[in-house]
Write a protein that binds this ligand. Structure first.
Ligand code: HDE
Length: 710
């Protein structure tokens, strides 16, 4: 059994040998030649032309000219972190994987979160699915769980992926819009490809605008297999559940955050890890016995379907902690290469046609992105175990394979590298029985496209439903083609008639009684059209509480950003008691003042401020606290942006607390008429404020909040 710290040290040690630290070092060329001028090129005379001879200039410029690589074709915008995975209990009855059986291991991981549609420099708060890709450096080989923050995908067959991506990306004639699904081509595709509707409604929900990457769930999406040491298979879905709960911002905030801090999620992840608030997710599995494969109302191989947790509960078996920021963004976060085909003994694939296509695509894309079949030798991609085979050469070969042979079998090289016996942990594909015709089609068992979107919508709280409605109105409102909007309205009506009516009202359109047939055009030209049309929704479960963010955790204010509004003369005693209490619970308390530099409290102490009101925005914080102090409040009243700051926080249903004279500032805002709101707290004790902030938002306020003209 491995020492508890071995694996983590193994990858850290491996990466360490490639790290470069220039502290106290002299500057050199790439050949190690010492350089004493990197500011001026070599010229013929002081004002003369530059000489071709200048190898220092050429080396520097040539490297610069080639320092970009293609961004990922999807998921280009990402943020990464290192950490480790621990197992709570062995699941050896299901899987023989070391990572699932050895509770003494700490398996190193590298995680990359991403948005899907936008370019590398696009803003973090786009309405989009988030990638949630985890590389486990296990002792038996690297396992990549390349998932998303939503449990289903838009399409059922890999063959449709280029169409989906072309539809959502900026339109090809004008390269507009960036990082947005709210445009004609996307809804043209969606409205003709009804299998997309489930993931689509998730993308309209708050899941698509997370408060933090640390506050979202992760899903492997596909049904995989777990294989035990007897070679038996169980179906499995993988889940990540954030310890801080699942929380989101509102769309109005998202739009404003993108302007105020387009790196909001990336910064939030980095700062939390930097401050020692290590993000954690519990790891869960939904297991289905082989013989139960066909007992569901949907096909387990269909990636547009989830298994409701009400039907198959998630068993929590481990935890992932992210505890180290990368040393270098390009070397680690950009160059990391995830492949769903990276699995280890004890885990295997199913015939999900989307997964099967992914097994081809990811290796292929790394070849153009990273430029060489040796991408596995890049430090972040190297497995922790030894690598020996007869693959040779290629661009940027980093290894020096010794010996005369590069083939198998051989006798000259002593038959090495020799083959692993099963008893030595060799990989062996699950021996699935297959007796089938070769056929290009879509299984009829994949045809139900309305039941699960309807289940999702039914399971949401009132405020979540309102957000979905608003999102559809926004997205379809951005489309120019009336027939696309009408087609969408008809399809939404198949999911939920009230939702469709509300969206139609917002669009100023009527839900059409009929739309041109067929509804689902994602089938072959000669396919039997009738056979492939989705049937009316079925109700096999009234609701699944796990689908609603109203049922998440509301027990912590850890890492919540609290804006404290102050000017000279603020009450130190008010502030001190709150600051201590908030920080004890792990919140980040930030002083916001009318100007930069410092402010002096009523006890004559100087306090460094975190941001002047001119450089920050309400949307970057989770809550507001205003300590008393007559002089301070008078000054804050004199600067209109403080009122805007408070009005916006009120609009976004946040906790607003004030002590003593602080109430006067609230009286000058929209809050004045709503001081009985449960998240407006005046002269309350710290505990009450903490409980309120932990609730994330007071969504009961939503209807009043929508009236705030901020
Ligand atoms: Fe991906 N996807 N994908 N995808 N995907 C890529 O691989 C692809 C799908 C996901 O942080 C690409 O290295 C196809 C589902 C994540 O580096 C590419 C299909 C899920 C990431 C690719 C899918 C994902 C990618 C682009 C349909 C959730 C970012 C760059 C058959 C389970 C990984 C790259 C990172 C990245 C192809 C569908 C998640 C082009 C063909 C389903 C998290 O290979």
């Amino acid at each position: 059994m491995a020492n508890k710290n071995t694996p983590e040290n193994q990858k850290t040690k491996d990466l360490k040998q490639f790290e470069k630290d220039a502290t106290d070092k002299v500057m050199t060329t790439n050949q190690g030649l010492k350089v004493n001028d990197t500011n001026n090129s070599l010229k013929a005379g002081e004002r003369g032309s530059t000489l071709l001879e200048d190898f220092l200039l050429r080396e520097k410029i040539t490297h610069f000219d080639h320092e970009r690589i293609p961004e990922r074709i999807v998921h280009a915008r990402g943020s990464g972190a290192h950490g480790y995975f621990e197992l709570y209990e062995s699941i050896e009855k299901y899987s023989k994987a070391g990572i699932f059986t050895d509770i003494n291991r700490k398996t190193p991981v590298f995680v990359r979160f991403s948005t899907v549609a936008g370019s590398k420099g696009s803003p973090d708060l786009a309405r989009d699915v988030r990638g949630f890709a985890v590389k486990f450096y296990t002792q038996e080989g690297t396992w990549d769980l390349v998932g998303n923050n939503m449990p289903v995908f838009f399409i059922q067959d890999a063959m449709k992926f280029p169409d989906l991506v072309h539809a959502v990306k900026p339109e090809p004639n004008k390269e507009i819009p960036q990082a947005a699904s709210a445009h004609d081509t996307f809804y043209d595709f969606v409205s003709h490809t009804t299998e997309t509707l489930h993931n689509q409604i998730w993308a309209m929900s708050d899941r698509a605008i997370p408060r933090s990457l640390r506050m979202m769930e992760g899903f492997g999406i596909h049904t995989f297999r777990l294989i035990n040491d007897k070679g038996e298979s169980h179906f499995v879905k993988f889940h990540w559940k954030p310890k801080l709960g699942v929380h989101s911002v509102t769309w109005d905030e998202a739009v404003k955050i993108n302007g105020a801090d387009s790196d909001f999620h990336r910064r939030d992840l980095w700062d939390a890890i930097d401050a020692g608030h290590y993000p954690e997710w519990e790891f869960g599995i939904q297991v289905v016995a082989q013989e139960d494969e066909h007992k569901f109302e949907f096909d387990l191989l269909d990636p547009t379907k989830l298994i409701p947790e009400e039907i198959v509960p998630v068993q929590i078996i481990g935890k992932m902690t992210l505890n180290r920021n990368p040393e270098n963004f390009f070397a680690e976060t950009e160059q990391v290469a995830f492949l769903p085909g990276h699995i280890v003994p004890g885990i295997d694939f199913t015939n999900d046609p989307l997964l099967q296509g992914r097994l081809f695509s990811y290796r292929d894309t790394q070849l153009s992105r990273l430029g060489s079949p040796n991408f596995h030798q890049i430090p972040i991609n190297r497995p922790v175990g030894e690598v020996h085979n007869n693959q040779r050469d290629g661009h940027m070969q980093m290894d020096i394979p010794k010996g005369q042979t590069a083939y198998f079998p051989n006798s000259i090289g002593g038959g090495c590298p020799h083959l692993a016996k099963m008893a030595e942990g060799a990989f062996h594909s699950y021996e699935e029985r297959i007796d089938a015709k070769k056929i290009r089609t879509r299984s009829e068992s994949f045809n139900d496209h309305f039941s699960q979107p309807a289940l999702f919508f039914r399971s949401l709280a009132k405020w979540e439903k309102q957000h979905v409605t608003d999102a559809y109105i926004f997205e379809l409102g951005k489309c120019n083609h009336k027939h696309i909007k009408e087609r969408m309205l008809w399809l939404i009506a198949q999911i939920d008639s009230t939702l469709a009516e509300d969206v139609a009202k917002g669009l100023g359109l009527k839900i059409p009684k009929q739309i041109e047939q067929p509804i689902n055009q994602a089938i072959g030209a000669d396919a039997d059209v009738k056979k492939h049309q989705p049937p009316a929704k079925k109700n096999y479960l009234d609701s699944d509480p796990a689908l609603s963010q109203a049922n998440t955790k509301f027990d912590s204010i850890q890492t919540r950003q609290i804006a404290v509004l102050v000017a000279n003369g603020f009450s130190m005693s008010d502030y001190k008691s709150k600051k201590q209490a908030f920080e004890k619970e792990g919140a980040m308390v930030k002083l916001i003042a009318p100007h930069g530099g410092t402010v002096i409290c009523n006890e004559n102490m100087e306090h460094e401020i975190d941001a002047s009101i001119m450089t920050t925005e309400s949307v970057l914080f989770d809550a507001i606290y205003i300590p008393g102090g007559k002089k301070s409040i008078q000054e804050l009243l004199g600067q209109a942006k403080f009122k805007k700051f408070i009005n916006e926080a009120f609009k976004h249903c946040k906790t607003i607390a004030a002590d003593h004279e602080g109430e006067e500032l609230l009286d000058s805002t929209f809050v004045a008429d709503y001081k009985d709101d449960k998240a407006v707290l005046i002269n309350e004790n710290p505990k009450a404020i903490i409980t309120s902030i932990a609730k994330h938002r007071n969504w009961d306020r939503i209807e009043i909040a929508n009236k705030v003209p901020a």
